[in-house]
Ligand binder design. Sequence first.
Ligand code: AMP
Ligand code: MN
Ligand code: MN
Ligand code: MN
Length: 277
Amino acid sequence: MTHSIYDLHTHSHCSDGELTPTALVEAAKARGVSVLGLTDHDTVAGVSEAYDAANGDIDIVAGIELSCLWKGRNIHIVGLNIDIENPVLSAGIEQQGKARVDRAAEIARRLTLKGIDGALEGARGYSGNGIIGRPHFARYLVDNGHVKTMAQAFKQYLGTGKVGDVKQCWPSIDTAIAWIMAAGGTAVLAHPDKYGLTRTKLYSLLEAFVTAGGGAIEVVNGVQDNNVTLKLVRAANDFNLLASCGSDFHREGQPWQALGCCRELPEQCNAIWDSWL
Ligand code: AMP
Ligand code: MN
Ligand code: MN
Ligand code: MN
């Protein structure tokens, strides 16, 4: 039996991805994806275009990836199957947009103190009309010879604990989950293994997540170690959460986040899509 391919975590150029929503949908069709979630950072601006491009060949799940805070850490919550016109969510998105603009100015100010000028205008040049984020600053740092790679830009300037790591602007996870639930969606804890948490801290985060109304976790994010998958399947079952999966695709040429790379979930999971039937 062939399995349908679900990819429920992807980005377009409306946030920090490279493809237009139309090109993303076409690429997903070419990879044999049956159900595609578009989950841009803090915006739903690409969803209507994705619906139009689907043209009945692929199912689109309206989504978003919200930046928020838990105990001072930057956590990402994906919302799936959301009503993109819900007023509570829309107000939240507007707040996130303002927070990103203020944060970008602060990142640029801090980079100036390190002798790097012009970063705000530079990053804006890459983000265009989309939301502005750290990857746009990373590109500026690479293209202007301050670092060699995007990874180095994060390691030296933008990643956790570095000068450009400005996160005080984000809402609590409770608030982010409330926006998603107001829009009728399911809140999914994104890439739980990427926060560098011990098992005890992860379980403490999951406790807070479930208490706030969170419904699922990403058991698979991109290409990951099997041990990680097993750990997350166990966490999902310990907290009675649904399981989601997605590539976290941003652009071609990153095989660890290849579109449609998650082919099936371990069978001990309760897949989130079974709750949509
Ligand atoms: P922001 O949403 O502005 O906080 O930026 C976070 C985004 O930066 C993530 O969604 C990734 O796409 C990207 N990112 C985070 N860490 C790295 C890294 N080490 N190298 C390259 N990109 C990264
Ligand atoms: Mn991203
Ligand atoms: Mn993320
Ligand atoms: Mn993502």
